[in-house]
Design a protein around this ligand. Structure first.
Ligand code: ATP
Ligand code: MG
Length: 236
């Protein structure tokens, strides 16, 4: 059974089709990269999965057949789906620890929270910086903090939009290691990214989107050898 299923999803903005009968299935334990040229519909896909945008047709289902399509953003988050947006959105005046406390939300009791925060600080490598103010962090540290906030609620589906945009090579490598370490059999991870070395480091399979449709699905190696993918995306 798939962890996440997108069925025949169509999203329109006026007369423009941002997603055009798009279908996609992500396995439990899988890290899937969604790649493709600017405007292909990648962020729109995450917007639909997280309930921000409603499709004109099609469905989004998770593992046990739960249909998310008609649910609110809050209900979708409660069902265990968490997202990191393209632009970092940490609370700059608060410390790393305080940001993570907010990330834990109301799902954890006051006695459970410190242990969970300690785990996340260790997982993200941010433990030595826990009292640093988020606004003063390096770009990479901010991204890791955001990933930490996503992790706080122990989500079963993680959606990451361009997690290494603007990062240095060493920050990118560390982010790849972090994302690989998040892999669990009861979790699926969907990552949008333009950096192909990073995609190669993390993804089991790639979905190449073009004009709201799937142009290719399979290994990155296969995508690189596909003449249509080269023509519209990788060859540029
Ligand atoms: N709210 C909106 N209203 C109108 N058009 C929109 C809206 N959101 C997205 N679009 C259009 O839909 C298309 C797909 O946008 P989307 O942001 O999903 O692309 P993307 O693949 O994430 O691109 P990028 O790589 O640049 O982030 C684009 O042409 C965009 O201009
Ligand atoms: Mg985008």
């Amino acid at each position: 059974m798939s962890a996440l299923v997108v069925e025949n999803l169509t999203v329109t903005f006026g007369r423009f089709r941002a997603l055009d009968a798009l279908s996609l299935a992500v396995d439990p334990g899988e890290i899937r990269a969604v790649i493709g040229p600017n405007g292909a519909g990648k962020t729109t896909l995450l917007d639909v999965i997280s309930g921000i945008t409603k499709p004109v047709s099609g469905r989004v289902l998770i593992g046990d057949g739960i249909d998310l399509t008609t649910r609110s953003e809050a209900e979708i988050a409660k069902a265990g789906i968490r997202r990191k947006f393209q632009k970092p959105s940490v609370f700059p005046a608060l410390t790393i620890r305080e940001n993570l406390e907010i990330g834990c939300g109301t799902g954890l009791s006051a006695t459970e929270r410190p242990a969970r925060i300690a785990e996340i600080l260790a997982e993200t490598g941010l433990a030595p910086r826990e009292h640093a103010q988020a606004g003063a962090l390096a770009h990479g540290e901010k991204q890791w903090l955001e990933i930490g906030m996503v992790l706080a609620s122990n989500p079963r589906i993680i959606l990451l939009d361009e997690p290494v945009a603007g990062l240095s090579d060493s920050e990118t490598e560390r982010t790849a290691a972090l994302i690989r370490s998040l892999r669990r059999l009861d979790r699926a991870i969907l990552v949008i990214e333009h950096d192909m070395a990073f995609v190669e480091a993390i993804a089991d399979r790639v979905t190449v989107l073009h004009e709201g449709r799937t142009l290719f699905e399979g290994s990155l190696h296969g995508a690189r050898a596909d003449s249509r993918v080269i023509e519209v995306f990788l060859g540029r």
